[in-house]
Design a protein around this ligand. Structure first.
Ligand code: FES
Length: 123
């Protein structure tokens, strides 16, 4: 498993930004587990080049979503194949539920993940 543990690169407004990985170093359509202090995030680079960050645990039974299969703008949980929209975090019908999505930004070729700053302070 490909894991990285990070500490906040700075707080801005209500978000703490974590420098995750260089854009070029993230493989297309393959998830990467990023630990931002106490929060585990699944980071994806879609075939369009879009970067998405979501909660790394499936709402069904905690499947590791970074290990799921990516198809278009969705990831399929590796445990029981629930389909999750990487844009909205919504589990697709007939199943239900959702995962948290996190904002990302790219600066100078570096991907940053934004987490609620209050959560960082609580950890
Ligand atoms: S744990 Fe993800 S579908 Fe069951």
């Amino acid at each position: 498993m490909n894991n990285t543990t990070l500490h906040s690169a700075g707080t801005e407004g209500q978000l703490a930004w974590y420098a995750a990985v260089a854009y070029e170093d993230l493989a297309f359509n393959t998830g990467k587990t990023i630990r931002c202090d106490a929060t585990e995030v699944a980071l994806f680079k879609l075939s369009s080049g879009t970067i998405r960050a979501i909660q790394n645990r499936c709402p069904h039974k905690d499947g590791v979503l970074a290990e799921g299969i990516v198809a278009g703008e969705h990831v399929f949980c590796p445990m029981h194949d629930r389909k999750i929209d990487l844009m909205s975090g919504l589990v697709q019908a007939p199943d239900t539920g959702c995962v948290t999505t996190y904002p990302v930004r790219i600066e100078d070729g570096q991907i940053y993940i934004g987490l609620p700053a209050a959560k960082e302070m609580a950890s």
